[in-house]
Design a protein around this ligand. Sequence first.
Ligand SMILES: [Zn+2]
Length: 90
Amino acid sequence: MDDNDLRLDGNAAAGPLAEIFGREMTMAAAVCGGCGTDAPIGSLMAYDPGLGIILRCSTCDTAILRVSRVRSGYWVDVRGASALRISTAE
Ligand SMILES: [Zn+2]
């Protein structure tokens, strides 16, 4: 098994992100802190190594978001993102 076996797309994180943010997040934009690429979360490369979901920039491979489920909720590591842009338009 290699990284390709673990690769999903950003939509794999739709359920946990909706639970955390209280809204559908795959169309929200994440700006990569590594290269500045601005892309919908649903288009990011996602990996699930078993400890949670890692969303990576498809341009430079920076880990933009890491989401881990713990007993009391979630840990969300966003240090790879310089911004998240969440539309409130319906
Ligand atoms: Zn990047």
